[in-house]
Design a protein around this ligand. Structure first.
Ligand code: SAH
Ligand code: SF4
Length: 411
C-alpha cells in the first residue's frame, strides 16, 4: 500500500506547509559566508565590523540547527531578528505531496515560489533508506534539455535551472521531514554526526543534467559539504552526468565530489541514439575526461551507470566491450534495470541476462551491483521523475500498472 498525502487533502497539506515563502525578500540560503556578510551590510542592519561574526552565527542556525524561522535564533537580539525577517527569507518550499512506498522510499513534490517574473516550479526529490545508510536523490533542473531516449524526464522540456538555494532546500526540507536536524531548542545545538543521520549520502540523480547548471550545483554542493554546516563528506556526494565533458574536468577541479557517468553504451553509434549528448562529446573524449578525474584510486572510483535494455545493449559482447572501454579506470559498474514509463519503446532485459552480464564484468575485476529498483509503486525509480506540470494522466498510470503486471521491466 502506498501512503500518499496529496493536494486534495487540505488538512494534510496545511500540516506539511512551512512558513509561507516571502515574495520579494532575498534568500540567505545558498549564499557563501562572504555573500551572507555582504548582504547583511548592504541591508544596513549589521555594521561592517560585525558582519563576519553574524554571518557565521547565521550559518550555524541555518545549516547545523536547520532553523527555518529567524524567531528561533535565540542568541540573536529580538531587534535584529525582526530586521532579518524584514529583509530576508529562509523559508522552506511548500510540500505539495509526500508519498511513502511499501519499501520505505519517500518521494516529495516540492513547490518553489516564482523567481522574478516566472511561475512557481515543482520538482521531485526521493529518499531511499538502506541498511546502514540513507540516500537522498536531488534534482538540479525542472525538466532537462537533453533527450535520452529511455528517460522520462527527457520527454519534459527544460522549464528552468534550479538555484543553489532550491538545490539545498531539497536536502534541508527532507532532513526536516525525517527528523534529521537536532532539536531546535537544545541550547547547546548538538550536532548530529553524519553517521547517525538518516540522510548519510546525496546523489545528484534526480531531474535534470547537473552539469548544465554548473554554477548553482557547485555552490550548493560546496555548502552541503562545508564542515561547519551540513557537513556531508564529499565521499558521500555523487554527481551523475550524461557526459558534459568540459564540466567533468571542472567538477574534479572545483567541486571534488564522487562522479557517476551515465554510460549505457560502449560504441558511439548506439550511444548517439540512447544518450544524444554523445554526438557532441563522443566516447573517446568522455573516457579521457574520466581517466583524468583527480584522486582516482581503488577507494575512490568512478561509477558507470548502465541501463539494461532488452536486445539493445545487454549482450555478452556488450559486456566484453564495456570491460575493454574502461580498462585502467578505477570503476564500479552500476547495472540499472530499465524502469518503464508509458509511451517508451524499450523493455527491461530479462533477469537472467542481467545476471550473466553482471557476472562477466565481475569476473573481469569490477564491482557490478545490480541496482534494486526502489519506490516503483510511487514512481520514484530512476528516470521516472517528472514534475507536477506534467504529471501522469490517470490513463497513463493505468497503462504503466498493466505493463508492470505483465512483467515488462520487472527485475
Ligand atoms: N541527468 C543525469 C542525472 C539524472 S538521471 C544523468 O543522466 O546522469 C539518473 C540515472 O538514471 C542516469 O544514469 C539515467 O541514465 C538513468 N535513467 C534514466 N531513465 C531511466 C529509466 N527509465 N530506467 C532506468 N534508469 C534510467
Ligand atoms: Fe536528462 Fe539525465 Fe534523463 Fe538524459 S538521463 S534526459 S541527461 S535527466
Amino acid at each position: 500500500m502506498t501512503l500518499s498525502l496529496n493536494l486534495a487533502d487540505t488538512a494534510a497539506r496545511n500540516a506539511l506547509r512551512s512558513p509561507a515563502p516571502a515574495l520579494g525578500r532575498a534568500s540567505l540560503i545558498g549564499l557563501t559566508r562572504a555573500e551572507v556578510a555582504e548582504a547583511l551590510v548592504a541591508a544596513g542592519i549589521v555594521p561592517e565590523r560585525q558582519a563576519k561574526m553574524r554571518a557565521q552565527q547565521l550559518w550555524h542556525w541555518l545549516y547545523v540547527r536547520g532553523v527555518s524561522d529567524f524567531a528561533h535564533m535565540f542568541n540573536i537580539s529580538k531587534e535584529l531578528r525582526g530586521q532579518l525577517a524584514e529583509h530576508f527569507d529562509i523559508a522552506r518550499p511548500e510540500i505539495v505531496e509526500e508519498q511513502i512506498s511499501t519499501d520505505g522510499t519517500r518521494k516529495w513534490l516540492f513547490r518553489f515560489p516564482p523567481r522574478g517574473a516566472g511561475r512557481p516550479v515543482e520538482i521531485e526529490t526521493v529518499y531511499i533508506p538502506e541498511a546502514g545508510r540513507g540516500t537522498l536523490c536531488i534534482s538540479s533542473q525542472v525538466g532537462c534539455t537533453l533527450t535520452c531516449s529511455f528517460c522520462h524526464t527527457g520527454t519534459q522540456k527544460l522549464v528552468r535551472n534550479l538555484t543553489a538555494e532550491e538545490i539545498l532546500l531539497q536536502l534541508m526540507t527532507a532532513r526536516d521531514r525525517l527528523g534529521d536536524f537536532p532539536d531546535r531548542d537544545t541550547p547547546d545545538g548538538a550536532i548530529v554526526p553524519a553517521e547517525g543521520r538518516k540522510i548519510s549520502n546525496i546523489v545528484m540523480m534526480g531531474m535534470g543534467e547537473p552539469l548544465y547548471n554548473f554554477e548553482a550545483v557547485k555552490k550548493a554542493l560546496l555548502i552541503a559539504s562545508d564542515g561547519d554546516g551540513l557537513s556531508l563528506s564529499k565521499r558521500r556526494i555523487t554527481l551523475s552526468t550524461s557526459g558534459v565533458v568540459p564540466e567533468i574536468y571542472r567538477t574534479g577541479e572545483e567541486i571534488g565530489v564522487m562522479l557517476a557517468i551515465s554510460l549505457h553504451a560502449t560504441n558511439d553509434d548506439l550511444r548517439d541514439m540512447l544518450v544524444p549528448i554523445n554526438k557532441k562529446y563522443p566516447l573517446k573524449e568522455l573516457i579521457a575526461a574520466c581517466r583524468a578525474y583527480p584522486g582516482l584510486s581503488n577507494a575512490k572510483r568512478i561509477t558507470f551507470e548502465y541501463v539494461m535494455l532488452k536486445d539493445v545493449n545487454d549482450s555478452l559482447a556488450d559486456a566484453r566491450e564495456l570491460v575493454k572501454l574502461l580498462k585502467g579506470i578505477p570503476a564500479k559498474i552500476n547495472l540499472i534495470p530499465f524502469n518503464p514509463w508509458p509511451g517508451n519503446n524499450y523493455q527491461c532485459s530479462d533477469w537472467e541476462t542481467i545476471e550473466k552480464f553482471s557476472d562477466y564484468i565481475n569476473s573481469a575485476g569490477y564491482a557490478s551491483p545490480i541496482r534494486t529498483p526502489r519506490g516503483r509503486d510511487i514512481l520514484a525509480a530512476c528516470g521516472q521523475l517528472k514534475s507536477e506540470s506534467e504529471r501522469m494522466k490517470k490513463t497513463d498510470r493505468l497503462a504503466l500498472e498493466a505493463m508492470m503486471i505483465a512483467g515488462h521491466g520487472e527485475a
